[in-house]
Design a protein around this ligand. Structure first.
Ligand code: UD1
Length: 417
C-alpha cells in the first residue's frame, strides 16, 4: 500500500488551484439517475470515492466515463435498482442513490453503507424522511428494501440537520406529488450546489442554505451540464498547510464565503488571510496563537471535516487549545498518531485539550481515516526530520494527489508505492 514520505520544515510558497468538491459531486452524480439522458458534470475531482460512485452507477446500467475533471453520464440505460453489498460497504455516499432510485423506479435494494470509521453513522434520518414521502422499508438479511407506488410531498422535521438525509429527501421529493418541506435542514454549501443542479434539471426547489427547504414536485426532470463548486475542506487543509509551515500561499478557484468559520479560526491564531471572490492569500506566522475553544458544528459552524487538521496545527501553538467535537462521536483517532510525533493532547469523550509543543518529530504514522490522514500530512510538513504516513488510500478518498498540491508549493513529499 502507498505511503507518503515527507521531509518537514519547509515553508510552503506559491499558488495552487483547489479542485472541485467531493461532497458536492457525490450527491450530484447520484441525482443524475432521476432523469434519463446525457449529462456532463465538470470539475469532478479524480478521487477514489468518485471512482466507487461511478462503479456503482455502471452496475446499475448507467454509462459513464471520466476525462480529467469531466464526468460523462448516460442514464438512459439504467437497468437495475439494486446496489451490491460489496460496493455499498466501500463508501457511505452510496446511500445517496436511495432517494433518486426510488423516485425514478419506485424500488430500491441497498445494504447498510460503509465509509470512514469516525464514529456512529446511522441512516435513520434518511429512512424516516423517505418514509414520510410514502416509501415502505423492510430489512431482510442485512439488506434494506424500499418500495413506493407514488411519492407524496410531506412536511419533514429532521431531528438533526444531517447533510446526507437533507440531500436524499430533496432528491426524492423532486418527483413527488405536491409540496415537501424539510424543516431543520442542513445548510452546507454542497446542498446549495445540489439545489442548483436539480433546478437546472427542471426541479422546483427553494431555500437551500437556510433551515427550511421547500420542494414542489414535478412530473419529470431532464439531463443537464453542471460545474461542481470548489472543495472547501481541501481549501481549508491548504490554509492549514501554509499556516503550519509559516508559508505564503495563494489558493485559486476557491469560494471564501463557503468557509468563513475556518478562515476566522485561522485568523485568530495569527494567520493573515486576505482574498477576493475566488482566491485567498494566506501568510502563516510563528508563534502560532492557541485557541481557547473551538467547537465543531453543522454549517456555518466550524466543520468537523477540518477538526483533525486544526488539531495538528494547534499542537504547535503557544499555549493550550480546546477542541470540542459535536458532530461525530469517534473522531479523535488521529490523536494517538499525533502524540507519536510529540504532540501533547488529552481527550475526554468529545473534548480534546491540546498543549502546544515547540516541535514535532518525524516518525512512521498511520492514517486511520480521510481527514485524520490529512492532519498527519500537515504535522509531517512542520515536523523535524522525516515522516512516513501509511494507509494513504484513506487520504486519496478526498484529496486528488495531495502530494502534487504540496510539491507545487515547494514541499518535500513523495509517494512510495
Ligand atoms: C457529510 C459529509 C461528511 C461530513 C458530514 C458532516 C458527504 C459525502 N459527507 O456526511 O464529509 O463529515 O456531512 O458535516 O457530504 N446522523 C444520524 N442519522 C442519520 C444521519 C446522520 O444520527 O440518518 C448523525 C451522524 O451519525 C452524525 C451526524 O448526524 O453524528 C452528522 O451526519 P451527516 O450530517 O448526515 O453527515 P453525512 O451526510 O454522513
Amino acid at each position: 500500500m502507498d505511503t507518503l514520505v515527507i521531509q518537514g520544515g519547509i515553508p510552503l510558497e506559491g499558488k495552487v488551484r483547489v479542485h472541485g468538491s467531493k461532497n458536492a459531486a457525490l450527491p450530484i452524480l447520484a441525482a443524475a439517475v432521476l432523469a434519463e439522458g446525457e449529462y456532463l458534470i465538470d470539475r469532478v475531482p479524480e478521487l477514489l470515492d468518485i471512482v466507487v460512485m461511478r462503479t456503482i452507477l455502471q452496475t446499475l446500467g448507467v454509462r459513464t466515463k471520466q476525462e480529467g475533471g469531466k464526468v460523462y453520464l448516460d442514464t438512459g440505460t439504467l437497468t437495475s435498482n439494486e446496489i451490491p453489498e460489496h460496493l455499498m460497504s466501500q463508501m457511505r455516499s452510496s446511500i445517496f442513490l436511495m432517494g433518486p432510485l426510488l423516485a425514478r423506479t419506485g424500488e430500491v435494494m441497498v445494504s447498510r453503507p460503509g465509509g470512514c470509521d469516525i464514529g456512529t453513522r446511522r441512516i435513520d434520518l434518511h429512512m424516516e424522511g423517505l418514509a414520510r414521502l410514502g416509501i415502505q422499508f423492510e430489512e431482510r438479511e442485512g439488506n434494506i428494501y424500499g418500495r413506493t407506488k407514488k411519492l407524496q410531498g410531506a412536511k419533514i422535521v429532521l431531528d438533526y440537520p444531517s447533510v446526507g438525509a437533507t440531500e436524499n429527501i430533496m432528491m426524492a421529493a423532486t418527483l413527488a406529488k405536491g409540496i415537501t418541506r424539510i424543516i431543520n435542514a442542513a445548510r452546507e454549501p454542497e446542498i446549495q450546489d445540489l439545489q442548483s443542479f436539480l433546478n437546472a434539471m427542471g426541479a422546483r426547489i427553494a431555500g437551500a442554505g437556510s433551515h427550511m427547504i421547500e420542494i414542489e414536485g414535478v412530473d419529470r426532470l431532464h439531463a443537464v451540464s453542471h460545474e461542481v463548486i470548489p472543495d472547501r475542506i481541501v481549501a481549508g487543509t491548504l490554509i492549514a498547510a501554509a499556516a503550519i509551515t509559516g508559508g505564503r500561499v495563494t489558493l485559486e478557484e476557491v469560494q471564501p464565503d463557503h468557509m468563513e468559520s475556518v478562515i476566522e479560526a485561522f485568523k485568530r491564531t495569527g494567520v493573515e488571510i486576505t482574498g477576493t471572490e475566488s482566491s485567498l492569500q494566506v501568510v502563516g506566522h510563528h508563534p502560532i496563537l492557541s485557541l481557547d475553544k473551538i467547537t465543531t458544528s453543522p454549517h456555518p459552524g466550524f466543520p468537523t471535516d477540518m477538526q483533525p487538521q486544526m488539531m495538528a496545527y494547534l499542537s504547535l501553538a503557544q499555549g493550550t487549545s480546546i477542541i470540542t467535537e459535536t458532530v461525530f462521536d469517534g473522531r479523535f483517532r488521529h490523536v494517538d498518531e499525533l502524540m507519536r510525533m510529540g504532540a501533547k493532547i488529552y481527550t475526554d469523550y468529545h473534548t480534546a485539550i491540546i498543549r502546544g509543543v515547540r516541535r514535532l518529530s518525524g516518525t512512521r504514522v498511520r492514517a486511520t481515516d480521510l481527514r485524520a490522514g490529512a492532519a498527519l500530512v500537515l504535522a509531517g510538513l512542520a515536523a523535524e526530520g522525516c515522516t512516513v504516513v501509511e494507509n494513504v488510500h484513506h487520504i486519496d478518498r478526498g484529496y486528488d494527489h495531495i502530494e502534487r498540491m504540496i510539491q507545487s508549493l515547494g514541499g518535500e513529499i513523495v509517494r512510495r508505492k
